[in-house]
Design a protein around this ligand. Sequence first.
Ligand code: ADP
Length: 328
Amino acid sequence: MTRVFSGVKPTGHLTLGNYLGALRRWAEVDQHQADALFCVVDLHALTVDHDPARVRRLSRQAATLLLASGLDPRRCTVFVQSHVDEHARLSYLLECVATDGEMRRMIQYKEKAAREQARGGSVRLSLLTYPVLMAADILAYGTDEVPVGDDQTQHVELARDLAVRFNHRYGHTFVVPKATSPKVAARVMNLQDPASKMGKSDDSGPGIVYLLDEPEVTRKKIMRAVTDSGQDVVHDREGRPGIANLLEILAACTGGDPEELAGGYASYGALKKDTAEAVVELLGPVRERHRELCADPGFVEGVLRAGAEKARAMARPTVDAAYRAIGL
Ligand code: ADP
């Protein structure tokens, strides 16, 4: 059976982008078709300025939202990265295989480092090496496929390169993984700035729909999404990025096609209204299930404990083999 691994970073509240680009497919497709592991990658949340209590709170919230989105612990493994030591153990070995130049070429590193510097902050070394830890997350489990949004494909490529290089130098140890992307809404854009993705780490509010936003707040954010000054609704990512984003969100929610949907609208207002309603309807059951799970914290705790045990048992043989192969 295909082994699938993917994760979410507890650096902010989970967004509609996380849901449409990742969580929904994990729940609807991956956990049914594969031997799948889903992880709250809390070590990754330490790569930028962080508040310890907030990271702990957001990790728990993210894990709860994974379950609320439909991940079933009887079908897949749900756990928190720092509960399984094998990730950090393997990451160090992979740092001995990766190169400095390779790390500095990562687009996300360049973007995030520039942002930190613009804020006057210093760039943590872990921000540079973060893709190596991500490679360890993936390779520790003999992962075949990594379902991710477009923004993460470069990191999965690095995991592939490191697996191939390690295997070539030290003998076959790792499965070489590949990234898979959903067809629609692979990249949900910020409603106020459709040139940049709807990322949870911004925590900037108006352009981001959070999964736990009240329906009224979600409606308002979508109704106020920036558009151009035109009127006719066409799907054109380059020329009409705001409208294209709304069409893609609506298509992802309703299962339609963005180009075809465009033909059914005579005004931007009507498109926004339908998009808002589709998003509110889609997220309703997730919010409801999240409420139920919050009332039963012992259940979530138990799922995470069992998930970590299962994950550890899966990762240990591969990581031990890597230690032997590299000369330890
Ligand atoms: P974030 O960028 O929100 O911090 P993570 O790195 O935690 O996201 O990614 C969790 C998953 O959600 C990944 O598979 C990522 O590709 C996906 N994802 C994040 N933001 C978006 C977005 N705006 N559109 C589509 N998928 C996204």
